[in-house]
Design a protein around this ligand. Structure first.
Ligand code: IPE
Ligand code: IPE
Ligand code: MG
Ligand code: MG
Ligand code: MG
Length: 294
């Protein structure tokens, strides 16, 4: 399959939903929220949720609000990640970071509001589904993935590990949480809302765990080798801040090998699935191929 037209189609669906969820208004807070949301980034988390639903013949219409809630959470995490107190970055998604445009206070609040809106969107969708057990489960899983044992825990550990000499298990611990948790929740949400069988859910979960870790390894490699033009954010920031990254602990070449290995593991989990899982397969391949062409 050719991935790009598929991604474009899904991005459009996601963007249409997000436009309705966070409509244009004149209030500065709303403008700050929309500044980070649009035009946005790759939308990989919502697309993974939709693709997971497709892999098990589910309804993407049911999944869409939950998928978009994940993008709201992800966007909040980026705004906060870029703040001077965190990574102190000036460029995001090809434009100045939120706090550079709106000031730190409004950037913090835009993040707060996006996070809260995500749970409003999921609660409304859950109500529409007659509080289905699956919708409730997904909301709980997303909360866990985003919160104090998931993404936020990873972000805290990431900051705590700056300037240290990290070891591989520590870096993996951080990456699995700061990035892996939300990606795992995305895939699982699509599958759970589609009433995936237990064996399917297990395999999709492992796919997401391997791919989620690979995704952050690739992000680390892109920081080490990419350009602002290519990645839409300043490069070489991780070395400057002495971040705990895969290239820092094993070098870029070994990090690339690790990313390839994780890709292989992710793809193996999808073996029993039909071609309806091709988008999941291709998303993983294309992500890793961004840094490992061979
Ligand atoms: C960037 O995520 C931060 C990480 C968790 C690696 P993405 O690479 O998905 O960023 P966008 O959403 O496309 O901008
Ligand atoms: C961020 O990791 C993970 C988040 C939860 C936002 P990074 O700090 O490496 O992400 P970038 O490189 O700034 O996008
Ligand atoms: Mg960070
Ligand atoms: Mg950062
Ligand atoms: Mg990074």
């Amino acid at each position: 399959m050719i991935l790009e037209p598929y991604l474009q189609r899904q991005r459009q669906r996601v963007d249409r939903f997000l436009q309705r969820a966070v409509p244009p208004e004149r209030e500065p807070l709303r403008q700050a929220m929309r500044y980070s949301l649009f035009p946005g980034g790759k939308r990989i988390r919502p697309i993974l949720a939709l693709a997971a639903a497709e892999a098990v013949d589910g309804s993407t219409t049911v999944v869409l609000p939950f998928a978009c809630a994940l993008e709201l959470i992800h966007t909040y995490s980026l705004i906060h990640d870029d703040l001077p107190a965190m990574d102190d970055d000036a460029v995001r998604r090809g434009q100045p970071t939120s706090h550079r445009i709106h000031g730190e206070a409004l950037a913090i609040l835009a993040g707060d509001a996006l996070l809260t809106e995500a749970f409003r969107v999921m609660a409304e969708a859950t109500a529409k589904l007659g509080a289905s057990q699956q919708a409730v489960q997904v909301t709980v899983e997303v909360a866990r993935a985003a919160g104090a044992r998931g993404m936020v825990a990873g972000q805290a550990a990431d900051l705590g590990a700056e300037q240290t000499v990290p070891e591989l298990p520590t870096v993996e611990w951080i990456h699995i949480r700061k990035t892996g948790a939300l990606i795992r929740a995305a895939v699982r949400s699509g599958a759970i809302l589609s009433s995936a069988r237990a064996d399917q859910l297990k395999r999709l979960t492992r796919y997401a765990e391997y791919f989620g870790l690979a995704f952050q390894v690739v992000d680390d490699i892109l920081d080490a080798e990419g350009s602002t033009e290519r990645i839409g954010k300043a490069a070489r920031r991780d070395r400057f801040r002495r971040k705990a990254t895969f290239p820092a602990v094993m070098g870029v070449t070994a990090a690339k090998e690790r990313a390839r290995e994780l890709l292989g593991q992710a793809l193996r989990e999808l073996q029993p699935f039909t071609q309806r899982a091709d988008p999941l397969r291709e998303i993983a391949r294309v992500t890793v191929d961004r840094v490992c062409t061979s």
